[in-house]
Design a protein around this ligand. Structure first.
Ligand code: UTP
Length: 229
């Protein structure tokens, strides 16, 4: 299968902001195992805590939202460098920065790593657009929660959904921030692209990296995003 895996930036750092080396090694191990099973990978990495630290400093110093977005884009690319290092020979050695480059890189048969692309969106949109371009069989969204909840998971009575349609997802996430560094699980661009191309998507907890391999091997983990109708 052709797969796109989005790795949430939150998975790469501990609560003190230090790179979570064991977690990064674990994610790399799971991605290598997926490739050893014969699948092709595009891996998009989020910005996480360091992106938000840089963005809030820049905003306080007077940067506009586009400048803040650029900072997030670059930090996400740096995070992709960490995963690239951990993947070694399995990875295309340069972090891909535009969609033409993606086309070239993916034909090498190595895992292609990306961070951010353009202002006004999150790395979830990068992953959705990448999935559309490469005709992905599955978009795996590894985050730090177990899936999509019917309301804020911190609220009592919040229920994890096994399945969600694109328009339900849009409704649940509406009201999320769209300023630099403030996107929630999915952003409006990502929802639109997943919806228009019916991209099979799973949102799941990547804190246990073995979930990646288990989903690829057919286990029902996290929340499946289903097309409308
Ligand atoms: P993300 O919002 O995707 O990273 O990118 P995150 O907050 O760590 O989310 P998870 O944990 O991966 O889910 C960080 C910031 O980079 C900018 C946005 O400001 C975004 O909030 N960005 C990222 C862009 O402007 N364009 C992109 O294509 C990607």
């Amino acid at each position: 299968m052709q797969l796109v895996v989005k790795i949430g930036g939150s998975l790469l750092y501990d609560e003190n902001g230090h790179a979570h080396l064991d977690k990064i090694r674990g994610l790399a191990g799971a991605l290598r195992a997926v490739m050893d099973d014969g699948h092709q990978l595009v891996v998009v990495v989020g910005g996480g805590r360091p992106a938000r630290t840089f963005i809030s400093a820049a905003r306080a110093l007077g940067a506009n939202e586009t400048q803040c977005d650029w900072i997030g884009i670059k930090v996400a690319r740096l995070n992709a460098e960490l995963l690239c290092a951990a993947l070694g020979e399995y990875a295309y050695p340069k972090i891909v920065e535009d969609l033409d480059e993606l086309e070239v890189a993916r034909h090498t048969g190595r895992a292609v790593l990306m961070g951010g692309l353009i202002p006004g969106q999150s790395t979830n949109a990068v992953a959705a657009v990448a999935a559309e371009i490469v005709g992905a069989d599955l978009l795996l969204n590894a985050t730090n929660v177990d899936g999509v909840y019917d309301r804020d998971p911190k609220e009592s009575g919040a229920r994890k959904l096994e399945r969600v349609t694109v328009s339900e997802l849009d409704r649940i996430l509406s009201g999320g921030g769209t300023r630099a560094g403030e996107y929630r699980l999915f952003d409006p661009v990502a929802i639109r692209v997943v919806g228009r191309s019916h991209i099979s998507t799973v949102i799941f907890n990547g804190s246990d990296p073995t979930n990646i391999l288990r989903i690829v091997r057919g286990e029902d983990i996290g929340t499946r995003v289903m097309p409308d109708g």
